[in-house]
Design a protein around this ligand. Structure first.
Ligand SMILES: Nc1ncnc2c1ncn2[C@@H]1O[C@H](COP(=O)(O)OP(=O)(O)OP(=O)(O)O)[C@@H](O)[C@H]1O
Length: 593
């Protein structure tokens, strides 16, 4: 927590907050003494002049206390709110540039909780600390000293009440502390279930799993409520305990104080002042215990926040060699590339080598989980190979800065992601200064122009997650966003699967004809033979292994896995034309377009 404080608080505002706090303490400690003097000397000796004079001083001191309290709150709030703002900004930036593996490691739910809930905890604790951290101990020590000066005998009352109070606070913290961390983890869990429920709401309804999801949420919700109730009840119990102790302490002081006055060992005004100091002692003790309860909770949050801020990315620019960078990419080569996810049993990709030249299309086909997306993620350097290298123009992409690489590469992911805003703002993700003409051109190639013209214009709204478009429309807009980018290598991760056969064909033809794209490298991941057969090279994958690499014609003759896929997708007529045997397969994807 101190590390976060050092990093995010500014020296001077903190200094002023603490300075004003000290002023507040001094004035607060002074006031009861003035009261005592007015009662003892002014009222006791009927000295009106003294009463007026001390009254004026009392007013000035009270005013100073009031101004310093306001000033302290102002600086404390500004600093703690500023800390919250800067922390959220840094967390957002960190998460935005976090590499894929770390991102998956944390998961969305905890990243959201840590950026919101945990930051709020820290914000609150720093606000409290800047207001009470110094004030409480100073008031405590100052009040004890002033009270002791007034009467040594009456201090004996505190010998009984303070140990009882300390015991109550220690027991309280011991019960609440271990539950703080589990509370934050349980908030993460609720977030996760809620988030999955929101994104998967249609699936849940379609499979009639509503009740199951409701029960799951209820259980997590009840669990969190139970823990929170235990923690909050424990903390809340401190207040009545302290109030009882405070009342008994006051009774004790009045009881013994009256006897001391009776024996002429104490004046009336001093007893009044002693009572004020007594309540200040107990109030400061209560504030200290409030800080003592808040700090461990905030410490849990600080650790969770720092885990994100200090997470080391595996994908870095450490090996960048600036002299090697070239602006135009004429070739893309994967050289004996293997990749294994940390927690996986087998390699997602084994010993893959492939070369693609500018203007060529490499298509990748294979069953689910065969490693197709992994290849694209390696080319876009969302992950680094476990062994081997990905080279652009003969340069290992680890020697390029991630910024330069991402300028060269444009990726359409398997699941189209659109951002709320307008169609224009979405296309500007691909090229921020794109003209209307460029946008329409990209939409034309992506076969999206017609339905956009029918439904609106470039200004038409895109709802959150593109929910006002169909799956195929979203995919086409996402493809247009990729095509508008001035890249050297275009990657399409199963992006055509949401399109019908005719649109798929028209789109591929349009890309090949497009002046901007025809001399660029295209890598297309697909499930359909129809999508891949016109590619210059087709890579056939099975369980991460290369089982075929060549043109459609060569693979149709020599690659059993490719033949099998053809037989399951092409019509008998098409297969006959290609000289392949006719099977009884009924699961055909449709005629070749
Ligand atoms: N984050 C991950 N952690 C562990 N294993 C993973 C992870 N992501 C993918 N895998 C595994 O790596 C292998 C390759 O995955 P990949 O996503 O590249 O397959 P794919 O061919 O693109 O599949 P699909 O066609 O279904 O999208 C699969 O066996 C998959 O289970």
């Amino acid at each position: 927590m101190l590390t976060i404080g050092r990093r995010y608080l500014n020296f001077w505002p903190v200094f002023w907050a603490l300075f004003l706090l000290v002023l507040q303490v001094v004035t607060n400690l002074w006031l009861p003494t003035i009261t005592a003097d007015i009662i003892n000397k002014g009222i006791g000796q009927s000295d009106m002049k003294y009463i007026w004079f001390m009254g004026l001083i009392m007013l000035i001191v009270a005013l100073a206390s009031w101004i310093s309290a306001i000033g302290n709150v102002y600086f404390a709030s500004k600093q703690s709110q500023g800390l919250g703002m800067k922390l959220r900004r840094d967390l957002f930036n960190k998460v935005l540039f976090m590499d894929e593996r770390n991102f998956q490691d944390f998961g969305d739910a905890t990243l959201i909780t840590r950026t919101t809930n945990d930051v709020t905890q820290l914000q609150n604790v720093f606000q409290t600390m800047l207001r009470m951290m110094l004030m409480a101990p100073m008031m405590l020590i100052g009040s004890i000293f002033m009270a002791w000066k007034l009467s040594h005998d009456l201090m004996l009352v505190f010998l009984i009440s303070l140990p009882i109070l300390t015991l109550a606070v220690v027991i309280n913290i011991a019960i609440a502390m271990p539950r703080f961390r589990s509370m934050q983890t349980k908030v993460d869990k609720i977030n996760l279930i809620f988030q999955q429920g929101l994104t998967g709401v249609r699936v849940i309804r379609a499979f009639r799993r509503d009740q199951y999801e409701i029960d799951k949420f209820d259980e997590a919700n009840r669990d969190l409520t139970h823990t929170s109730r235990v923690v909050l009840t424990t903390i809340a119990m401190l207040m009545p305990i302290m109030t009882v102790i405070l009342s008994f302490t006051n009774i004790g002081i009045v009881w013994f104080g009256a006897q001391l006055i009776g024996k002429n060992m104490m004046e009336m005004g001093s007893l009044v002042a002693f009572l004020t100091y007594a309540s200040q002692i107990l109030m400061s003790f209560m504030q200290l215990s409030a800080v003592a309860v808040m700090v461990p909770r905030a410490q849990v949050s600080a650790v969770r926040v720092r885990e994100i801020l200090e997470r080391q990315d595996k994908i870095t620019d450490e090996q960048v060699n600036k002299e090697l960078n070239e602006s135009v990419s004429n070739s893309l080569a994967l050289h004996q590339v293997s990749f294994k996810f940390d927690e996986a049993k087998r390699q997602a990709l084994s010993d893959l080598s492939v070369n693609v030249k500018a203007g060529q299309t490499l298509a990748i086909i294979g069953g689910t989980g065969s490693g197709k997306s992994t290849i694209l993620n390696l080319i876009a350097r969302l992950i680094d190979p476990t062994s081997g290298s990905v080279n652009i123009n003969g340069i290992d992409i680890r020697q390029m800065s991630q910024h330069d690489l991402h300028e060269k590469v444009a990726l359409t992911q398997q699941k189209a992601v659109l951002f709320s805003g307008s169609l224009r703002s979405n296309l500007q993700f691909g090229k921020s200064d794109a003209t209307d003409e460029e946008m329409w051109q990209a939409l034309e190639i992506a076969q999206a122009a017609d339905f956009i013209r029918e439904q609106g214009s470039l200004e038409m709204a895109v709802e959150q997650n593109g929910s006002n478009f169909s799956g195929g429309q979203k995919q086409r807009i996402a493809i247009a966003r990729t095509l508008i980018k001035e890249a050297e290598i275009y990657l399409f991760d199963d992006s055509f699967s949401a399109l019908d056969f005719a649109t798929d064909r028209k789109l591929r033809e349009a890309i090949n004809k497009s002046e901007k794209h025809h001399d660029k490298i295209k890598v297309i991941v697909a499930q359909r033979i129809a999508t891949v057969m016109s590619a210059d090279q087709i890579l056939v994958l099975e369980n991460g292994l290369t089982v075929g690499l060549g043109t459609h014609e060569s693979l149709a003759k020599s690659c059993p896995q490719y033949q099998e896929t053809m037989q399951s997708q092409l019509s008998d007529e098409d297969l006959m034309k290609m000289g392949l045997s006719i099977t009884n397969s009924t699961d055909k994807g449709g005629p070749v377009q």
